[in-house]
Design a protein around this ligand. Structure first.
Ligand SMILES: Nc1ncnc2c1ncn2[C@@H]1O[C@H](COP(=O)(O)OP(=O)(O)OP(=O)(O)O)[C@@H](O)[C@H]1O
Ligand SMILES: [Mg+2]
Length: 297
């Protein structure tokens, strides 16, 4: 894996002169900076998929090109919320059966959607040619302004791989004590497992009843993370607990579309506005993501 990744790195590092990477798409894509966000949590069911889907839609409503990736095919969460049934997924690109263009799904809500794959570990066994194919396909995603990845909960390998590669990682929690301790546990794992990486972690507190509640919870986590892990995390915002969220899940129509003036929709817009105000520091877009994604832990 390390050898292959190293070779790929070199291929990518010489994209301008190498024959292998000299196709038009990667070069065009390299000129564009794509923000890549992974949304994760310690505890399951805290609202990651709802945050990911509705944040993606909020971005698209600002005229941005957005790609939402379901990081875990096993649960197919995004499919359910958007009421779409993708025919293909990333596995077919990894297996060299489809191009990226063939698996990207246009949705009614103005975002593009890529269904994830379970077998990312397969990437470790690809030949350099196969990796090269995957890289070329992946780099085409660089035409997007933002890529949001909805990861599973907890510390599955897939999750850490996405977390390690993204520009920013949003850890979602709710006010429940178990969600808070699991959010802390997740941050601890990220910061200890990926100790050599610069991971930009932000907290999103979902299902609060007041702005103060969100701030109090994030303050508590930020303090403990600072004290015990010597790591700085930021607070990106909160989303109100509101019946429109579960109603929209049942109708399979995101609240950003059907309840755009609801409290959760306002919160999501606010969060997206805050994200947009923060400069991307070290991002090199999709090629940087890919390099980090393929790097051995
Ligand atoms: N702000 C909210 N207000 C009310 N209910 C909410 C809110 N956020 C999430 N929920 C409820 O929690 C459920 C789970 O949300 P979601 O599927 O987004 O969580 P998840 O973290 O992606 O779960 P998993 O870990 O299984 O992927 C939703 O179906 C909804 O009923
Ligand atoms: Mg989910």
């Amino acid at each position: 894996m390390e050898d292959q990744a190293q070779e790929l790195k070199e291929l990518m590092g010489t994209a301008g002169s190498s024959q292998k990477m000299d196709s038009a798409a990667p070069i065009a894509a390299n000129a564009h900076k794509t923000r890549i966000i992974a949304i994760t949590s310690g505890k399951g069911g805290v609202g990651k998929t709802n945050m990911a889907v509705n944040m993606a839609i909020a971005y698209a409503q600002q005229g941005k090109k957005v790609i939402l990736i379901d990081g875990d095919l096993g649960m197919a969460n995004v499919n359910v919320l958007l009421n779409v049934v993708p025919q293909y997924n990333l596995m077919q690109v990894i297996n060299h059966q489809k191009t990226m263009q063939e698996i990207i799904l246009d949705t009614e809500v103005g975002i593009k959607f890529i269904a994830g794959a379970n077998g990312f570990s397969k990437i470790a066994n690809l030949s350099v040619d196969e990796l090269d194919y995957f890289a070329k396909q992946f780099i085409q995603l660089g035409n997007a302004d933002i890529i949001i990845i909805d990861t599973g909960a907890g510390i599955a390998n897939n999750v850490l791989q996405f977390v390690a590669a993204a520009d920013e990682v949003y850890v979602v929690t709710t006010p429940e004590p178990t969600a808070i301790t699991d959010a802390y546990g997740m941050i601890k794992i990220i910061t200890t497992e990926l100790v050599d990486r610069e991971i930009n972690i932000k907290l999103l507190v979902n299902r609060v009843h007041s702005a103060e509640e969100g701030k109090k919870i994030s303050d508590r986590i930020i303090t403990i993370v600072g004290q015990f892990l010597n790591y700085k995390v930021d607070y990106i915002g909160f989303v109100y607990d509101d019946p429109v969220v579960s109603a929209s899940v049942i109708r399979q129509k995101p609240f950003m579309i059907v309840n755009p003036t609801s409290k959760p929709a306002q919160c999501i817009k606010h969060i997206v506005g805050r994200i947009e105000k923060t400069e991307l520091t070290s991002s090199e877009g999709v090629s940087s993501f890919l390099r980090k994604f393929l790097r051995k832990k």
